[in-house]
Design a protein around this ligand. Structure first.
Ligand code: ZN
Ligand code: ZN
Length: 154
């Protein structure tokens, strides 16, 4: 699947190229992980803003990644239904299954500490551990009647 643009403008559906200027809505809830909102121009953002009746919002200027950056970036796993390997992850399918570790920093640490290379599936394994630990910590915070997860929950 070779794609020659980064994403499409959600208003006019024009393709937003790599390494180019684009705009996002300053209302953070407009930009969802599963439905990212990006605009090719301030005008398109204006259409979005008036459709949603934003009162105090503005278009923020961003720069899209270059094609190589985009291809090497750990992607948010969009459920396409054609996962190459049989996913052993049987947990709740509505939960995000992203990589939760800073892969480059983790690799650097493993290299510095043990002079080992790190295989690509390590970040998956670690992300699963983080999710598992978060699940347990969430239970502790809830048992405590808190709405905030804290370091002491781990
Ligand atoms: Zn547009
Ligand atoms: Zn918005």
């Amino acid at each position: 699947m070779d794609q020659n643009y980064w994403r499409k403008c959600i208003v006019c559906k024009k393709e937003i190229n790599f390494s180019t200027k684009y705009y996002k809505c300053s209302v953070t809830s407009c930009d969802k992980k599963r439905a990212p909102a990006q605009f090719c121009s301030v005008d398109c953002w204006g259409v979005h803003s008036s459709t949603l009746n934003h009162k105090s919002a503005w278009a923020e200027e961003f720069h899209s990644p270059s094609k190589s950056e985009w291809q090497s970036a750990p992607k948010v796993r969009i459920v396409t239904g054609k996962s190459s390997s049989s996913d052993s992850n049987s947990s709740n399918e509505n939960l995000p299954n992203d990589i939760l570790v800073v892969v480059s920093k983790m690799k650097a640490y493993v290299k510095a500490k043990g002079d080992l290379n790190t295989s690509a599936d390590v970040s998956d394994a670690l992300s699963d551990i983080i999710r598992h630990e978060c699940d347990k910590a969430i239970e502790r915070a809830r048992a405590d009647g808190r709405k905030t997860l804290m370091g002491k929950d781990f």
